[in-house]
Design a protein around this ligand. Structure first.
Ligand code: SAM
Length: 268
């Protein structure tokens, strides 16, 4: 990697940034009072920016670095790990293996972690769980590993479905205990998934505005008394979700916060 380092900041040398682009820079970055311009080859630069210094640096494999820094995530009774850290699941914990990839849900985001924690606090034995916005399949697979009869995950993004299915396979969850399909709520669910489209638990990691829109659907798909687990909610938008749950007759609303993110549980 070839870098041309120039003293100054984007602000102090604003007038010179175009000169770097014109000289062939492929990218510019500011780090601690130094402008770093990336080039494919050493090149003559105009006099106004000639006070810099050429440096050759080792290429960084960002993906390898990201993977090397991944750590197991403990969420209640579940520890989420990438495949190469399987052996790091502590004794007594349920190991959930997620291959980090294109779909959201490695367990490292506070919302996923809180949702898995909330699922692990429930008795899921013999229960059918609906996972709305399944992404990597992490919540559905967690539910199945925690004893759910069937976890049914839907996502509007078609790229997530094969990824979620592959993650289910990596975890050895039998096909009959977990199922992922492209879709959303408001569409008819397959008859064999849950009688009358009614589940024992609904979990959804989406966002506040969508929870507001879908709150009626959550109520329609939950058995009376069944827990609803919602996250992806910015704490600043909690009022919107509370109002939607009130409107649809949910009771026992409880909130957990982690930084700017909230998880809400309620009962149908
Ligand atoms: N469930 C995973 C987790 O907890 O880490 C992934 C959550 S990710 C924040 C949200 C997912 O919801 C994305 O995969 C997105 O494609 C999906 N999604 C967004 N809008 C949706 C909708 N209306 N219906 C179903 N899925 C939706």
């Amino acid at each position: 990697m070839l870098v041309y380092e120039l003293p100054g900041t984007f602000e102090t040398r604003e007038a010179h940034l175009d000169l770097l682009w014109e000289a062939g820079a492929t990218g510019l970055e500011e780090r601690a009072g130094v402008i770093r311009a990336y080039f494919d080859e050493e090149t003559a630069v105009p006099a106004a920016v000639a006070d810099g210094e050429w440096k050759r640096e080792a290429d960084q494999d960002w993906q390898a670095e990201f993977k090397a820094n991944l750590r197991p995530v403990q969420a209640g009774r579940v520890t989420i790990v990438p495949p190469w850290l399987r052996q790091d699941v502590p004794a007594g914990q349920v190991g959930l293996v997620i291959e980090p990839g294109m779909a959201f849900g490695t367990g490292h985001h506070a919302t996923t972690r809180m949702a898995v924690e909330a699922l692990s606090a429930l008795d899921l034995g013999g229960v059918r769980v609906l996972d709305v916005g399944t992404g990597s399949g992490v919540l559905g697979i967690a539910a199945a590993l925690l004893g759910a009869d069937l976890a049914y995950g839907v996502d509007i993004d078609p790229i997530t479905i094969p990824i979620a299915r592959e993650n289910a396979e990596i975890n050895g969850v039998p096909a009959g205990r977990v199922r992922f399909e492209e879709g959303t709520l408001g569409e008819e669910l397959p008859d064999d998934v849950a009688p009358g489209g009614v589940f024992g638990v609904v979990v959804a990691n989406l966002y506040a505005e969508l929870h507001d829109l879908l709150a009626g659907e959550y109520a329609a798909h939950l058995t009376p008394g069944g827990p609803l687990v919602l996250t992806g909610i910015l704490t600043s938008k909690l009022a919107l979700v509370r109002a939607a749950l009130d409107r649809e007759g949910f009771t026992g609303v409880q909130v957990r916060e982690d930084g700017e993110w909230a998880l809400v549980t309620a009962t149908a």
